[in-house]
Design a protein around this ligand. Structure first.
Ligand SMILES: Cc1cc2nc3c(=O)[nH]c(=O)nc-3n(C[C@H](O)[C@H](O)[C@H](O)COP(=O)(O)O)c2cc1C
Length: 222
């Protein structure tokens, strides 16, 4: 058994502080469009060996405006938006159906960087979800069927039993169909911000903002 670590002394949290002495960003350094720029920073995060470089914190709100956040994986991006996959009946799926706006944050702390995007969200077409689901390993496909995501369950055995039942229903070599309640969402950004940490907390923030049919790039105070 690994040793149980002592909890961190709460007073130490206020003392945690890093200086960000990294090179800044200027509008001339950024790509003409947000998705090329996002692609460059994803490449930097990957090359730097950051864990889960495509992980992003997805914030949603319910119909009453109460927020919730969790991590999801970016699975596609282009001029049309940012795509992630999930259970449409999950808490986030229900929230996005009631209130189809969200924001995502990529927390690339190892590079003293973050990027955010915010905008309207819509389910991707069924054929796009089918194609991605078909590309997943069989275990993940069965996992999507076996987890009633975000619901209360009585124990781990509920998941193990459900997984075993679906594995029997679609034995090895049989294609696993996509659950109708599982698929992609596309966030169509209205803003995409790139943040680079600088010395003395005077950071660089550059934001692409949709302005009618075009995009403006503007600097925000940190
Ligand atoms: C690194 C990481 C990646 C994740 N990727 C996904 C994902 O792509 N899709 C997903 O539904 N949940 C993903 N999760 C789990 C979610 O964070 C969350 O627990 C789950 O989707 C239920 O969220 P909800 O109850 O707010 O709907 C991921 C978690 C982590 C830590």
């Amino acid at each position: 058994m690994p040793e149980t670590p002592s909890p961190l002394d709460p007073t130490l949290v206020a003392l945690m502080r890093n200086e960000y002495a990294t090179t800044g960003i200027a509008p001339g350094d950024l790509a003409a469009d947000w998705y090329t720029q996002l692609g460059r920073w994803l490449a930097d995060a990957t090359a730097a060996g950051l864990p889960e470089p495509n992980a992003m914190v997805l914030a949603t709100a319910d119909a009453a405006g109460r927020p919730a956040s969790r991590t999801v994986l970016l699975k596609g991006y282009d001029a049309a938006g940012l795509v992630f996959f999930t259970n449409y009946r999950s808490a986030k799926g229900t929230q996005l159906t009631a209130n189809p706006y969200a924001s995502v944050t990529f927390p690339w702390y190892g590079l003293h960087r973050q990027a955010h995007a915010a905008g309207r969200v819509a389910p991707v077409p069924a054929d796009e979800s089918d194609a991605y689901f078909a590309s997943r390993p069989r275990g993940a496909q069965l996992g999507a069927w076996s987890s009633p995501q975000s619901t209360v369950i009585t124990g781990r055995d509920v998941l193990d039993d459900s997984f075993a039942a679906y594995a029997e229903r679609w034995p090895e070599g049989t294609p696993v169909p996509r659950p109708p309640h599982w698929g992609g969402f596309r966030l169509v950004p209205e803003t995409v911000e790139f943040w680079q940490g600088r010395e003395n907390r005077v950071h660089d923030r550059l934001r692409y903002r949709r302005d009618g049919g075009s995009w403006v790039l503007e600097r925000l105070a940190p």
